[in-house]
Ligand binder design. Structure first.
Ligand code: PLP
Length: 398
Protein backbone atom coordinates (compact mmCIF):
# COMPACT_ATOMS: atom_id res chain seq x y z
CA UNK A 1 0.00 0.00 0.00
CA UNK A 2 2.84 2.36 0.88
CA UNK A 3 4.08 2.26 -2.72
CA UNK A 4 0.85 3.87 -3.88
CA UNK A 5 1.74 7.05 -1.94
CA UNK A 6 4.34 9.22 -3.74
CA UNK A 7 4.84 11.14 -0.47
CA UNK A 8 6.91 8.26 0.91
CA UNK A 9 9.21 8.21 -2.10
CA UNK A 10 9.75 11.95 -1.52
CA UNK A 11 10.40 11.36 2.22
CA UNK A 12 12.04 7.94 2.37
CA UNK A 13 13.35 8.32 5.92
CA UNK A 14 10.30 9.94 7.51
CA UNK A 15 8.09 7.99 9.90
CA UNK A 16 4.70 9.63 9.42
CA UNK A 17 2.47 9.04 12.43
CA UNK A 18 0.07 11.96 12.14
CA UNK A 19 -2.68 10.62 9.89
CA UNK A 20 -5.41 11.62 12.35
CA UNK A 21 -4.40 15.22 11.54
CA UNK A 22 -4.27 14.53 7.81
CA UNK A 23 -3.55 11.47 5.71
CA UNK A 24 -1.11 11.18 2.83
CA UNK A 25 -2.59 10.89 -0.66
CA UNK A 26 -2.35 7.91 -3.02
CA UNK A 27 -1.44 8.43 -6.68
CA UNK A 28 -5.05 7.75 -7.75
CA UNK A 29 -6.23 10.82 -5.82
CA UNK A 30 -3.49 13.01 -7.30
CA UNK A 31 -4.46 11.69 -10.76
CA UNK A 32 -8.12 12.57 -10.16
CA UNK A 33 -7.24 16.18 -9.30
CA UNK A 34 -5.13 16.45 -12.43
CA UNK A 35 -7.81 14.77 -14.52
CA UNK A 36 -10.33 17.41 -13.49
CA UNK A 37 -8.04 20.35 -14.22
CA UNK A 38 -6.61 18.94 -17.46
CA UNK A 39 -9.64 17.24 -18.98
CA UNK A 40 -12.84 18.43 -17.38
CA UNK A 41 -12.27 21.90 -15.94
CA UNK A 42 -15.62 23.70 -16.17
CA UNK A 43 -17.96 25.10 -13.56
CA UNK A 44 -20.94 22.97 -12.48
CA UNK A 45 -24.67 23.70 -12.64
CA UNK A 46 -24.11 26.78 -14.82
CA UNK A 47 -22.67 26.30 -18.30
CA UNK A 48 -24.79 25.48 -21.37
CA UNK A 49 -22.05 23.70 -23.26
CA UNK A 50 -21.22 20.01 -23.40
CA UNK A 51 -18.11 20.11 -21.23
CA UNK A 52 -20.02 21.88 -18.45
CA UNK A 53 -22.83 19.34 -18.70
CA UNK A 54 -20.37 16.46 -18.49
CA UNK A 55 -18.63 17.94 -15.45
CA UNK A 56 -21.98 18.61 -13.75
CA UNK A 57 -23.03 15.04 -14.45
CA UNK A 58 -19.82 13.67 -12.95
CA UNK A 59 -20.16 15.96 -9.90
CA UNK A 60 -23.68 14.68 -9.26
CA UNK A 61 -22.63 11.07 -9.91
CA UNK A 62 -20.01 11.50 -7.18
CA UNK A 63 -22.74 12.73 -4.85
CA UNK A 64 -24.46 9.40 -5.51
CA UNK A 65 -21.21 7.57 -4.85
CA UNK A 66 -20.90 9.31 -1.46
CA UNK A 67 -24.53 8.46 -0.66
CA UNK A 68 -23.86 4.80 -1.43
CA UNK A 69 -20.60 4.94 0.55
CA UNK A 70 -22.50 6.07 3.68
CA UNK A 71 -25.64 4.07 2.84
CA UNK A 72 -27.72 7.26 2.75
CA UNK A 73 -31.22 6.73 1.39
CA UNK A 74 -30.68 9.19 -1.46
CA UNK A 75 -28.10 11.46 -3.05
CA UNK A 76 -30.01 14.63 -2.03
CA UNK A 77 -29.00 13.85 1.56
CA UNK A 78 -25.35 14.58 0.73
CA UNK A 79 -24.08 18.16 0.95
CA UNK A 80 -20.52 18.93 -0.17
CA UNK A 81 -18.78 21.18 2.36
CA UNK A 82 -15.24 22.27 3.13
CA UNK A 83 -14.79 19.60 5.80
CA UNK A 84 -16.08 18.28 9.10
CA UNK A 85 -15.83 21.68 10.80
CA UNK A 86 -17.84 23.31 8.04
CA UNK A 87 -20.45 20.51 8.11
CA UNK A 88 -20.96 20.71 11.88
CA UNK A 89 -21.18 24.50 11.84
CA UNK A 90 -23.78 24.32 9.08
CA UNK A 91 -25.99 22.08 11.21
CA UNK A 92 -25.47 24.18 14.34
CA UNK A 93 -26.20 27.46 12.53
CA UNK A 94 -29.12 26.30 10.40
CA UNK A 95 -30.86 23.43 12.17
CA UNK A 96 -29.84 24.66 15.64
CA UNK A 97 -31.80 27.90 16.10
CA UNK A 98 -34.77 26.38 14.30
CA UNK A 99 -34.98 23.49 16.75
CA UNK A 100 -33.43 24.40 20.07
CA UNK A 101 -35.37 26.72 22.39
CA UNK A 102 -34.49 28.39 25.68
CA UNK A 103 -34.36 25.76 28.41
CA UNK A 104 -33.74 22.88 25.97
CA UNK A 105 -30.58 20.82 26.32
CA UNK A 106 -27.69 20.12 23.95
CA UNK A 107 -25.56 17.18 25.04
CA UNK A 108 -21.94 16.44 24.07
CA UNK A 109 -19.09 14.39 25.50
CA UNK A 110 -16.08 16.07 27.09
CA UNK A 111 -13.98 14.08 24.60
CA UNK A 112 -15.26 16.05 21.58
CA UNK A 113 -12.98 17.86 19.17
CA UNK A 114 -13.56 21.63 19.39
CA UNK A 115 -15.39 21.43 16.03
CA UNK A 116 -18.07 19.33 17.64
CA UNK A 117 -18.05 21.27 20.90
CA UNK A 118 -17.86 25.01 20.28
CA UNK A 119 -20.65 25.22 17.64
CA UNK A 120 -23.05 23.63 20.17
CA UNK A 121 -21.78 25.68 23.08
CA UNK A 122 -22.29 28.86 21.05
CA UNK A 123 -25.73 27.73 19.86
CA UNK A 124 -26.70 27.17 23.50
CA UNK A 125 -25.52 30.68 24.40
CA UNK A 126 -27.41 32.14 21.44
CA UNK A 127 -30.78 30.55 22.20
CA UNK A 128 -30.53 30.25 25.99
CA UNK A 129 -30.29 26.46 26.01
CA UNK A 130 -28.37 24.34 28.52
CA UNK A 131 -25.04 22.99 27.24
CA UNK A 132 -24.47 19.65 28.95
CA UNK A 133 -21.00 18.06 28.86
CA UNK A 134 -20.86 14.38 29.77
CA UNK A 135 -17.85 13.19 31.79
CA UNK A 136 -15.31 10.83 30.24
CA UNK A 137 -13.79 7.58 31.49
CA UNK A 138 -10.46 7.54 33.35
CA UNK A 139 -8.74 6.69 30.03
CA UNK A 140 -10.15 9.82 28.34
CA UNK A 141 -12.79 8.01 26.31
CA UNK A 142 -16.42 9.01 25.84
CA UNK A 143 -18.41 7.22 28.54
CA UNK A 144 -21.64 5.90 26.97
CA UNK A 145 -23.23 5.25 30.38
CA UNK A 146 -22.53 8.83 31.49
CA UNK A 147 -23.97 10.17 28.22
CA UNK A 148 -27.07 7.98 28.55
CA UNK A 149 -27.66 9.22 32.10
CA UNK A 150 -27.70 12.84 30.92
CA UNK A 151 -30.36 12.34 28.22
CA UNK A 152 -33.59 13.99 29.39
CA UNK A 153 -36.93 14.91 27.79
CA UNK A 154 -35.34 18.33 27.06
CA UNK A 155 -32.43 16.87 25.05
CA UNK A 156 -32.86 18.25 21.54
CA UNK A 157 -29.39 17.46 20.17
CA UNK A 158 -26.79 14.85 21.05
CA UNK A 159 -23.50 15.58 19.25
CA UNK A 160 -20.85 12.87 19.43
CA UNK A 161 -17.71 11.73 17.63
CA UNK A 162 -18.08 8.13 16.50
CA UNK A 163 -14.33 7.77 17.10
CA UNK A 164 -12.62 10.36 19.27
CA UNK A 165 -9.48 12.09 18.09
CA UNK A 166 -7.30 11.96 21.22
CA UNK A 167 -7.76 8.30 22.18
CA UNK A 168 -9.30 6.71 19.07
CA UNK A 169 -12.07 5.24 21.21
CA UNK A 170 -15.13 3.90 19.37
CA UNK A 171 -18.45 5.19 20.72
CA UNK A 172 -21.60 2.99 20.56
CA UNK A 173 -23.60 5.68 18.76
CA UNK A 174 -26.58 3.50 17.87
CA UNK A 175 -27.47 2.68 21.48
CA UNK A 176 -27.35 6.35 22.44
CA UNK A 177 -29.20 7.42 19.28
CA UNK A 178 -32.13 5.18 20.24
CA UNK A 179 -32.34 6.89 23.64
CA UNK A 180 -32.21 10.38 22.11
CA UNK A 181 -34.79 9.54 19.46
CA UNK A 182 -37.10 8.22 22.17
CA UNK A 183 -37.21 11.74 23.68
CA UNK A 184 -37.63 13.41 20.26
CA UNK A 185 -34.06 14.64 19.90
CA UNK A 186 -31.63 14.29 17.00
CA UNK A 187 -28.14 12.85 16.81
CA UNK A 188 -25.25 14.59 15.09
CA UNK A 189 -22.27 12.32 14.47
CA UNK A 190 -18.75 13.59 13.88
CA UNK A 191 -17.23 10.94 11.63
CA UNK A 192 -13.87 12.66 11.01
CA UNK A 193 -11.96 9.86 12.74
CA UNK A 194 -14.28 6.93 12.05
CA UNK A 195 -14.57 7.04 8.23
CA UNK A 196 -10.80 6.44 7.77
CA UNK A 197 -10.95 3.29 9.91
CA UNK A 198 -14.27 1.53 9.42
CA UNK A 199 -17.24 1.18 7.08
CA UNK A 200 -20.06 3.55 8.05
CA UNK A 201 -23.79 3.04 7.53
CA UNK A 202 -25.58 6.21 8.59
CA UNK A 203 -28.97 4.52 8.70
CA UNK A 204 -27.80 1.60 10.83
CA UNK A 205 -26.01 4.12 13.06
CA UNK A 206 -29.20 6.10 13.68
CA UNK A 207 -27.43 9.32 12.67
CA UNK A 208 -29.67 12.26 11.75
CA UNK A 209 -26.57 14.17 10.61
CA UNK A 210 -23.09 12.80 9.87
CA UNK A 211 -19.95 14.77 8.98
CA UNK A 212 -16.51 13.83 7.67
CA UNK A 213 -13.47 15.36 5.93
CA UNK A 214 -11.89 14.29 2.65
CA UNK A 215 -8.33 14.98 3.75
CA UNK A 216 -8.44 12.44 6.58
CA UNK A 217 -9.55 9.62 4.23
CA UNK A 218 -6.70 9.88 1.69
CA UNK A 219 -8.54 12.66 -0.17
CA UNK A 220 -7.73 16.33 -0.78
CA UNK A 221 -8.03 19.18 1.70
CA UNK A 222 -10.93 21.62 1.45
CA UNK A 223 -13.62 19.04 0.71
CA UNK A 224 -15.96 17.40 3.18
CA UNK A 225 -19.39 15.90 3.49
CA UNK A 226 -22.51 16.56 5.47
CA UNK A 227 -25.13 13.82 5.46
CA UNK A 228 -28.54 14.84 6.77
CA UNK A 229 -31.90 13.04 6.75
CA UNK A 230 -33.89 14.55 3.91
CA UNK A 231 -36.88 15.90 5.90
CA UNK A 232 -34.46 17.70 8.23
CA UNK A 233 -32.33 19.20 5.43
CA UNK A 234 -35.47 20.15 3.53
CA UNK A 235 -36.81 22.20 6.42
CA UNK A 236 -33.50 23.93 7.20
CA UNK A 237 -32.71 27.46 6.01
CA UNK A 238 -29.47 28.11 4.10
CA UNK A 239 -26.77 29.98 6.00
CA UNK A 240 -24.69 31.08 3.03
CA UNK A 241 -26.16 32.99 0.13
CA UNK A 242 -24.94 33.48 -3.43
CA UNK A 243 -24.67 31.75 -6.77
CA UNK A 244 -26.52 28.56 -7.64
CA UNK A 245 -28.32 28.13 -4.30
CA UNK A 246 -31.42 30.03 -5.39
CA UNK A 247 -34.70 29.36 -7.10
CA UNK A 248 -35.66 32.97 -7.83
CA UNK A 249 -34.28 36.34 -6.75
CA UNK A 250 -36.13 39.67 -6.98
CA UNK A 251 -35.41 43.07 -5.47
CA UNK A 252 -37.43 42.22 -2.40
CA UNK A 253 -37.21 38.48 -1.84
CA UNK A 254 -35.40 35.28 -2.74
CA UNK A 255 -36.37 31.64 -2.77
CA UNK A 256 -34.03 28.69 -2.56
CA UNK A 257 -33.03 25.77 -4.73
CA UNK A 258 -34.00 22.35 -3.39
CA UNK A 259 -31.56 20.42 -1.19
CA UNK A 260 -28.68 19.90 -1.41
CA UNK A 261 -27.91 22.86 -3.71
CA UNK A 262 -29.41 25.42 -1.32
CA UNK A 263 -26.49 24.61 1.00
CA UNK A 264 -23.79 24.86 -1.68
CA UNK A 265 -23.59 28.61 -2.38
CA UNK A 266 -20.90 29.70 -4.82
CA UNK A 267 -18.56 27.63 -6.96
CA UNK A 268 -17.91 24.41 -5.07
CA UNK A 269 -14.57 22.65 -4.70
CA UNK A 270 -15.06 20.63 -7.88
CA UNK A 271 -11.50 19.29 -8.03
CA UNK A 272 -11.89 18.30 -4.38
CA UNK A 273 -15.05 16.38 -5.19
CA UNK A 274 -13.19 14.49 -7.96
CA UNK A 275 -10.36 13.75 -5.53
CA UNK A 276 -12.79 12.64 -2.84
CA UNK A 277 -14.37 10.23 -5.29
CA UNK A 278 -10.99 8.61 -6.00
CA UNK A 279 -10.24 8.47 -2.27
CA UNK A 280 -13.52 6.75 -1.43
CA UNK A 281 -13.01 4.24 -4.25
CA UNK A 282 -9.52 3.60 -2.86
CA UNK A 283 -10.93 3.18 0.66
CA UNK A 284 -13.70 0.85 -0.51
CA UNK A 285 -11.21 -1.42 -2.26
CA UNK A 286 -9.66 -2.22 1.13
CA UNK A 287 -10.61 -5.30 3.06
CA UNK A 288 -11.87 -3.83 6.32
CA UNK A 289 -11.14 -6.86 8.44
CA UNK A 290 -7.51 -6.79 7.26
CA UNK A 291 -7.31 -3.03 7.93
CA UNK A 292 -8.72 -3.52 11.41
CA UNK A 293 -6.37 -6.41 12.19
CA UNK A 294 -3.31 -4.46 11.02
CA UNK A 295 -4.27 -1.38 12.99
CA UNK A 296 -4.91 -3.45 16.07
CA UNK A 297 -1.47 -5.00 15.64
CA UNK A 298 0.19 -1.57 15.34
CA UNK A 299 -1.70 -0.07 18.30
CA UNK A 300 -0.92 -3.12 20.45
CA UNK A 301 2.78 -3.10 19.49
CA UNK A 302 3.05 0.62 20.24
CA UNK A 303 1.24 0.41 23.57
CA UNK A 304 3.35 -2.60 24.57
CA UNK A 305 6.57 -0.88 23.53
CA UNK A 306 5.77 2.37 25.30
CA UNK A 307 4.75 0.56 28.48
CA UNK A 308 8.36 -0.70 28.80
CA UNK A 309 9.61 2.90 29.09
CA UNK A 310 9.45 4.17 32.69
CA UNK A 311 7.35 7.32 33.08
CA UNK A 312 5.17 6.79 30.02
CA UNK A 313 1.49 7.29 30.69
CA UNK A 314 -0.92 5.92 28.06
CA UNK A 315 -4.43 7.21 27.40
CA UNK A 316 -7.26 5.38 25.66
CA UNK A 317 -7.51 1.62 25.43
CA UNK A 318 -6.03 -1.20 23.37
CA UNK A 319 -9.21 -1.16 21.26
CA UNK A 320 -8.42 2.29 19.88
CA UNK A 321 -8.91 2.76 16.15
CA UNK A 322 -5.41 3.68 15.08
CA UNK A 323 -4.54 6.31 17.72
CA UNK A 324 -2.21 6.18 20.72
CA UNK A 325 -1.90 9.23 22.99
CA UNK A 326 0.72 9.36 25.72
CA UNK A 327 2.83 11.55 27.96
CA UNK A 328 6.29 11.07 29.46
CA UNK A 329 6.54 12.26 33.04
CA UNK A 330 8.97 15.14 33.39
CA UNK A 331 9.07 16.00 29.66
CA UNK A 332 6.69 18.45 28.06
CA UNK A 333 4.90 16.85 25.08
CA UNK A 334 6.10 19.66 22.80
CA UNK A 335 9.73 19.01 23.77
CA UNK A 336 9.23 15.30 23.22
CA UNK A 337 7.67 15.87 19.78
CA UNK A 338 10.53 18.20 18.81
CA UNK A 339 13.04 15.53 19.86
CA UNK A 340 11.12 12.91 17.86
CA UNK A 341 11.12 15.20 14.84
CA UNK A 342 14.91 15.29 14.99
CA UNK A 343 14.77 11.50 14.67
CA UNK A 344 12.49 11.97 11.60
CA UNK A 345 9.43 10.75 13.47
CA UNK A 346 6.39 13.00 12.88
CA UNK A 347 3.77 12.90 15.63
CA UNK A 348 1.29 15.45 16.88
CA UNK A 349 1.76 17.08 20.28
CA UNK A 350 -0.67 19.51 21.83
CA UNK A 351 -4.21 19.66 23.10
CA UNK A 352 -5.50 18.16 19.83
CA UNK A 353 -8.34 20.71 19.68
CA UNK A 354 -9.77 19.02 22.77
CA UNK A 355 -9.01 21.35 25.67
CA UNK A 356 -12.03 20.23 27.73
CA UNK A 357 -10.65 16.68 27.56
CA UNK A 358 -7.13 17.80 28.48
CA UNK A 359 -8.59 19.58 31.53
CA UNK A 360 -10.24 16.34 32.65
CA UNK A 361 -7.06 14.32 32.08
CA UNK A 362 -5.16 16.96 34.07
CA UNK A 363 -2.54 17.54 31.36
CA UNK A 364 -1.91 20.54 29.08
CA UNK A 365 -1.14 18.31 26.14
CA UNK A 366 -0.29 14.78 25.00
CA UNK A 367 1.79 13.26 22.26
CA UNK A 368 -0.37 11.46 19.72
CA UNK A 369 0.72 8.86 17.20
CA UNK A 370 -1.90 7.94 14.63
CA UNK A 371 -1.87 5.28 11.93
CA UNK A 372 -3.17 4.82 8.42
CA UNK A 373 -2.94 1.94 5.97
CA UNK A 374 0.64 2.78 4.95
CA UNK A 375 2.15 2.44 8.45
CA UNK A 376 4.24 -0.60 9.35
CA UNK A 377 5.63 -2.32 12.47
CA UNK A 378 8.98 -0.71 11.56
CA UNK A 379 7.36 2.73 12.10
CA UNK A 380 6.27 1.63 15.57
CA UNK A 381 9.75 0.35 16.38
CA UNK A 382 11.30 3.68 15.30
CA UNK A 383 8.89 5.64 17.51
CA UNK A 384 9.41 3.44 20.57
CA UNK A 385 13.21 3.60 20.19
CA UNK A 386 13.07 7.39 19.78
CA UNK A 387 10.90 7.84 22.90
CA UNK A 388 13.32 5.67 24.90
CA UNK A 389 16.19 7.80 23.61
CA UNK A 390 14.29 10.98 24.46
CA UNK A 391 13.84 9.75 28.01
CA UNK A 392 17.61 9.30 28.35
CA UNK A 393 18.28 12.69 26.77
CA UNK A 394 15.85 14.68 28.94
CA UNK A 395 15.90 12.74 32.19
CA UNK A 396 19.18 10.80 32.14
CA UNK A 397 19.36 7.07 32.78
CA UNK A 398 18.43 5.64 36.16
N1 PLP B 1 -13.67 16.14 14.51
C1 PLP B 1 -12.67 15.32 14.79
C2 PLP B 1 -12.93 14.15 15.69
C3 PLP B 1 -11.41 15.55 14.27
O1 PLP B 1 -10.39 14.73 14.57
C4 PLP B 1 -11.21 16.67 13.43
C5 PLP B 1 -9.87 16.99 12.89
O2 PLP B 1 -8.86 16.75 13.49
C6 PLP B 1 -12.30 17.48 13.14
C7 PLP B 1 -13.52 17.19 13.70
C8 PLP B 1 -12.17 18.67 12.24
O3 PLP B 1 -11.89 18.28 10.95
P1 PLP B 1 -11.50 19.38 9.85
O4 PLP B 1 -10.36 20.15 10.42
O5 PLP B 1 -11.11 18.54 8.66
O6 PLP B 1 -12.71 20.20 9.60
Amino acid sequence: MREQFPFFAAHPDLVYLDSAATSQKPQVVLNALQDYYVNENANVHRGLYRLAFATTERYEAIRQQVAAFLNAAQAEEIVFTRGTTDSLNLVAQSFGPQTVRAGDEILVSAAEHHSNFIPWQQLAVRVGAKFVVAPVTATGDTDPAAVAKLITPRTRILALAQVTNVTGGLVPVRQLADLVHAVGGVVVVDGAQSVPHMPVDVQALGADFFAFSGHKVYGPTGIGVLYGRLPLLDAMPPVQFGGEMIDEVTDVRSTWAPVPLKFEAGTPNIAGVYGLSAALTFLQAQDWSTVRAREFQLVTALRTGLTQIPGVQLYGTANSLGIVSFTLTGVHPHDLATFLDEQAVAVRAGHHCAQPLMARLGVPATVRASFAGYNTPADVARLVAAVAEARGYFLGTD
